[in-house]
Design a binder for this molecule. Structure first.
Ligand code: ADP
Ligand code: ZN
Length: 435
């Protein structure tokens, strides 16, 4: 097997890919119009019919779908196939509110597995690999998606799910896991645990990791690569568009290729909804052109990123997206300043005595916001004098001030005192009652 899972698609010339998208889009719009009264009504209100959508150039004429629509239409309102043709349901993690559910036919599952197989292959995976999946299994899409992809590639698959970290490491050693799939925060935790168990990366056979489902920084990538002795690849997706595998990183480790034969990506201005030119930073919008049961047209992800068609050294022609720099609704407004948790993480990762384990606590006293950050210190720092610890807190506070322009109260806490996540990390506790 070569370096691509599906070379024809992954390296398809641009014009040919556009033609494929044009045809699939026109057919998909008709399918939705015929089967989803909820969206048909939205189209009618905008005065658009399937006849108006002949190619991707007409995409902007379609109305947007939002998470609010999915909640309103819950559970069956956006279903485009009879339930007895569906074989699976998944649900979002509920990171930002009420969960939404998505439906899959067998055809949808096959396409999804295929996208994940591309990601595993791009990370160097072949049928000779032992693929250790420590994403949660269940309604969450992480476990199921990578599990399906791993089977497709023919890897020996370990459906571990998350939790019981020492046992995870024991299995890695006993069964020779070579590829680890989980959230980046859990990968970092496995790295810490490995060290605590008195082991080094040489004691395990891991060579690559496929990490996604939450934002992570380049500094965190380097940290994980070092602690586990691997190359760490990013993977992106959301339940609404099937799950992980909508986009995946290649050996260039510089942006994720979007599986454009299944998803059309647009970048819009989150305030006006206007489509922005290539290279602009804005909200990512997806249209799924192959899914049968739950085919969302122009779905607003709320993830902020940039698309690029620059030639990639890996040979793939699929458009690339940058790491989402935080969701438009992940952004905290503290004392009137926009704060993304990833900015705090970057500061901490550049200070050797601090760890990237932190929690932001925001509250409001009267009309003033309070902004506190709990930061775990490293083990060797723990026995240091009060003075050095105070100096560290001051340094963190100054660095954050220079980036954000506001001050946070820094509270240094003992190693391992902030609860660890086995799924997505809980980085923010916002106690303000703003609504
Ligand atoms: P929820 O919205 O409840 O978290 P999902 O489990 O479907 O539901 O998560 C999808 C979201 O996770 C994406 O919209 C995005 O914000 C985030 N995400 C997924 N993969 C990545 C990634 N590689 N980098 C940053 N964020 C990611
Ligand atoms: Zn590439």
């Amino acid at each position: 097997m070569g370096k691509y899972w599906n070379e024809e698609i992954e390296c398809m010339p641009r014009e040919q890919m556009k033609k494929l998208q044009d045809e699939r889009l026109a057919a998909q719009v008709k399918h939705v119009w015929d089967n989803v009264p909820y969206y048909r009504k939205m189209m009618e209100e905008k005065g658009v019919t399937p006849d108006d959508i002949k190619s991707t150039d007409d995409l902007h004429k379609l109305p947007f779908l939002t998470k609010a629509d999915l909640r309103e239409a819950y559970p069956y309102g956006l279903l485009a196939k009879p339930l007895d043709e569906c074989v699976r349901i998944h649900s979002t993690s509920g990171t930002t509110g009420k969960r939404v559910v998505a439906f899959y036919t067998q055809h949808d599952i096959d396409l999804w597995d295929d996208c994940c197989a591309r990601a595993i292959t791009a990370a160097g995976g072949t049928k000779s690999d032992v693929c250790h999946i420590a994403y949660g299994f269940g309604l969450f899409t992480g476990g199921a998606g990578l599990n399906g992809g791993s089977h497709k590639v023919g890897c020996l698959t370990l459906p571990m799910s998350s939790g019981n970290t020492e046992r995870q490491i024991q299995f890695m050693q006993d069964l020779g896991s070579t590829i680890l799939c989980c959230t980046p925060s859990y990968a970092a935790y496995i790295g810490e645990t490995l060290k605590e168990m008195g082991l080094t990366p040489d004691d395990i056979k891991l060579k690559a990791g496929i990490f996604g489902a939450e934002p992570w920084t380049e500094e965190m990538r380097r940290e994980i690569e070092k602690s586990l002795g691997i190359k760490a690849y990013d993977i992106y997706g959301l339940t609404e568009t099937s799950g992980p595998g909508v986009a995946f990183e290649c050996e260039a480790q510089h942006g994720m290729h979007i599986n454009e034969d299944n998803f059309i990506a647009e970048i819009i201005d989150p305030d006006t909804g206007e489509v922005l030119p290539e290279g602009s930073k804005g909200e990512l919008v997806f249209t799924s052109i192959t899914k049968e049961a739950f085919p969302l047209l122009r779905y607003r992800t709320r993830d902020i990123c940039i698309l690029s068609r620059e030639k990639c050294s890996c040979g793939r022609t699929l458009v690339k997206m940058t790491k989402p720099m935080g969701r438009s609704d992940d952004m905290l407004i503290i004392k009137g300043v926009n704060v993304f948790p990833s900015q705090i993480e970057s500061v901490l990762l550049n200070i050797s005595k601090a760890t990237p384990n932190y929690q932001i606590i925001v509250d409001r006293v009267g009309t003033t916001d309070t902004f506190e950050i709990l930061v775990e210190i490293s083990d060797d720092m723990f026995s240091d004098t009060v003075k050095t610890i105070e100096e560290l807190a001051k340094k963190i506070s100054n660095d954050i001030h220079s980036i954000l322009g506001i001050r946070a109260k820094i509270k240094l806490v003992e190693p391992k005192s902030i609860p660890r996540s086995e799924g997505k990390a809980v980085r923010v506790i916002d106690k303000r009652k703003l609504v």
